[in-house]
Design a protein around this ligand. Structure first.
Ligand SMILES: C[S@@+](CC[C@H](N)C(=O)[O-])C[C@H]1O[C@@H](n2cnc3c(N)ncnc32)[C@H](O)[C@@H]1O
Length: 325
């Protein structure tokens, strides 16, 4: 890829080293899903978004296409200026529906995408600047927890935070409450958060989304081991691990695991670590939580927001929900 467009001092390699050191010495072993998104992980996720089994992207795409005018009315009544800040923007595939529409309506706004993946952010920013050269874009290569201060910067303009693609599903329930409390603390009255929530539905549909027929989710999950091999000089044998997914309809949690296929010991040279695995032993890599309408309303209520709009797709699979501070 060409020269980076987005400046960064984000110490991702140090964060990965900490995560691997701690997570692979814990029982059961675990690694955080935020480390999925190196260049190859971001590329694989873009492929997953086009997979026929991964209904999430299609559903949210439909919502944004159908309701973009209602969303603009929510964000900018009377064409008031606003600052659009996107947490975990990725390649912005769906956000571009909004950006294109807002530009066509001559809305007065700026766009600040935030992501820990430099590759995803670089691609997004290059694309947005090419398509809409007049739009002011202020990218930030950062963790969205550290970037929250952007939301508390003094300005007369309304802040609109986008948190699309069911990113919220990767948070444990208490962490989600904590995150929305932090958002509430930083935003001003009248500011807005638009969140994409994947809704509870037939468990078989959810299970298939994370066990797609093309094996993309499997490749995405295994790529985490490839990243550790490259960045931390490890020797994970990718053929000796499999992908496994569970969905528990009682608590709405889809969970991804990597499963050791045999007795093996992995060496992680940069950390001076040996990691033993038993056959069938797992590394837990991701939670993708699915929500009921009641849970979403409770999240807003517990963290001091009001639900002011609720947009869903024709199948009722996904919801983009407006919380107003
Ligand atoms: C599931 S993808 C969704 C992307 C986009 N929001 C969408 O709807 O298509 C998650 C994105 O969040 C980013 N991400 C994950 N954890 C993050 C964190 N802690 N801080 C900033 N970005 C993060 C990843 O790099 C990835 O681009």
């Amino acid at each position: 890829m060409g020269a980076a467009i987005v400046d960064s001092q984000l110490p991702e390699s140090a964060a990965l080293a900490d995560e691997v050191r701690t997570g692979l010495q814990t029982t059961p072993k675990r690694l955080s899903s935020r480390f999925f998104y190196d260049a190859e992980g971001s590329r694989l996720f873009a492929e997953i978004m086009h997979s026929p089994d991964y209904y999430l992207t299609r559903s949210e795409y439909e919502i944004l296409e159908t309701h973009k005018a209602d969303m603009l009315r929510q964000f900018s009544p009377g064409n008031q200026p606003f600052e659009l800040v996107e947490l975990g923007a990725g390649d912005g595939l769906k956000t571009k529906i909004l950006l294109g529409f807002f530009e066509s309506q001559k809305a007065d706004f700026t766009y600040a995408p935030i992501d820990i993946s430099a590759d995803a952010l670089d691609g997004l920013v290059a694309d947005v600047r090419r398509q809409w050269p007049d739009l002011q874009v202020n990218p930030r290569h950062d963790d969205y927890f550290s970037a929250l201060e952007l939301l508390s910067q003094e300005t007369d303009n309304r802040k609109v935070a986008l948190f699309l693609g069911s990113n919220i599903g990767n948070f444990a329930p208490d962490d989600a409450v904590d995150f929305y409390q932090q958002l509430h603390d930083r935003l001003q009255p009248g500011d807005i958060v638009l969140t994409g929530f994947d809704l509870q539905k037939n468990p078989a549909i959810i299970h298939t989304a994370y066990n797609d027929r093309e094996g993309l989710t499997k490749a995405f999950n295994l790529n985490l081991l490839r990243r550790i091999n490259r960045e931390l000089e490890a020797n994970f044998d990718l053929d000796a691990f499999d992908h496994y997914e569970t969905y528990n309809p009682e608590n709405g949690e889809a969970r991804s695991y990597l499963v050791s296929q045999k007795v093996q010991t992995v060496t992680i040279k940069a950390l001076d670590m040996q990691v033993p695995f038993q056959p069938g032993e797992i590394i837990h890599t991701e939670i993708s939580r699915k929500f009921s309408r009641t849970q979403i309303e409770q999240l807003a209520q517990q963290t001091g927001f009001s639900v002011t709009a609720w947009f869903t797709d024709s199948q009722g699979y996904f919801a983009d929900v407006v919380f107003e501070r």
